[in-house]
Design a protein around this ligand. Structure first.
Ligand SMILES: Cc1ncc(C[n+]2csc(CCOP(=O)(O)OP(=O)(O)O)c2C)c(N)n1
Length: 347
């Protein structure tokens, strides 16, 4: 009996993993962090700080999950897609929605339940959707959005060859059947899907190592026959390099890839989380790897002066004031229209 790692399939998969890693390194080198990356990350951070304030002021209801500290994953991964490519993501999806090209004012208005929102306020924080940029949607169900990316990828393969679908989920979703069913089918059908696992070390309040026997999580994708790698998700060039390499494979008909982006959530799991599962010191220590600080430091090392970085901050701050005003000026939907576009009969 052959040792499984000596089989032809394992050798082929090993070669695919190596070429994915080579591609990731090459693309990362070719695409170092830029001022534009910094601006995009800062915009995401400030949009979520605005949402935090609006929630506290009573303008937002229901559960809201912020992703402060995870901005580089959205800019590097989703930001590497073309407008015609497809995206699905989890409830912690504000950054990815912005990175897919949705204007901050439409997202904020949506989360506030306003008419000017993406779905006229019907979707809220956990369910953003924007057909005009092929954002197929975020889902409140852990692992719920990955199968939808397979549908988008299948339609791409049949109707629009060259397009890809990217799906984003957390480390906790790696324990969901839906993710493994999606990975198995994507590998079997060689679908153009990029699986991006945002590993922020916690599934809600539970550390990943308390729930998962096999780490790193990327290994579990290799078990499905999908080339995979783990990258520093706080380094925008690292996650972008890996995503561009995965996209290149997928566009060429070589099937799915899996990227595990190591990151950290610098805010609670949900707005209002007392965060009893970690210490304030843990969070303070993690701030040393805050993607915004890392990007600013790299830009300074590459010769960008502080005045330029400060200029970006002022620009984004002014933009956010307008986003707030725009959202507050938009009316709430009229009660008589509440079921419009919600059920088939009531439009
Ligand atoms: C199918 C399902 N089970 C349980 C929940 C409750 N729940 C919400 S978030 C969450 C943790 C998910 O953690 P992870 O996938 O790591 O993503 P993160 O929240 O860290 O971004 C759980 C269990 C849910 N929304 N859906």
């Amino acid at each position: 009996v052959d040792h499984p790692f000596e089989s032809a399939i394992a050798a082929e998969l090993c070669a695919e993993c190596s070429s994915l890693i080579d591609g990731a390194q090459r693309y990362a080198k070719q695409n170092p962090p830029t001022i534009h990356d910094y601006q995009q990350m800062l915009r995401m951070r400030q949009v979520e700080e605005l949402l935090r304030a609006l929630y506290t002021e009573g303008f937002i209801a229901g559960s809201m999950h912020l992703a402060i500290g995870q901005e580089a994953v959205a800019v590097g991964a989703t930001g590497s897609l073309q407008p015609t490519d497809y995206l699905t993501a989890t409830y912690r999806g504000h950054h990815h929605t912005l990175a897919k090209g949705v204007a901050p004012s439409r997202l904020v208005a949506e989360i506030m339940g306003r008419e000017a929102g993406l779905s006229h306020g019907r979707g809220g924080s956990m369910h953003s959707f924007a057909a005009d940029v092929n954002h197929v949607g975020t889902s409140g169900i852990v692992g719920g959005a990955a199968p939808l990316a397979l549908g988008a990828a299948l339609s791409a393969a049949r109707l629009h060859p060259g397009r890809v679908a990217l799906t984003v989920f957390g480390d906790g979703a790696m324990a969901q059947g839906s993710i493994h069913e999606a990975m198995n089918l994507a590998a079997l059908m060689k679908l153009p899907v990029i699986f991006v696992c945002e590993n922020n070390l916690y599934s809600e309040l539970t550390p990943t190592e308390a729930t998962t026997a096999v780490l790193p999580l990327a290994w579990r994708a290799i078990g499905h026959g999908i080339p995979a790698l783990t990258v520093d998700g706080n380094r925008v060039d690292q996650i972008r390099g890996a995503t561009l390499a995965a996209i290149e494979r997928a566009r060429a008909g070589q099937g799915p890839a899996f990227l595990e982006a190591m990151t950290y959530r610098l805010c609670g799991h949900y707005h209002g989380d007392p965060e009893v599962y970690r210490t304030k010191d843990d969070v303070e220590a993690a701030k040393a790897s805050d993607p915004l600080a890392l990007t600013a430091a790299t830009l300074r090392d590459n010769g960008v002066d502080q005045a330029t970085l400060d200029g970006v901050v002022s620009e984004v701050e002014s933009e956010i004031i307008e986003v707030r005003e725009h959202a507050l000026a938009s009316p709430l939907p009229d009660v008589s229209t509440l079921l419009h576009n919600v059920t088939k009969e009531s439009r």
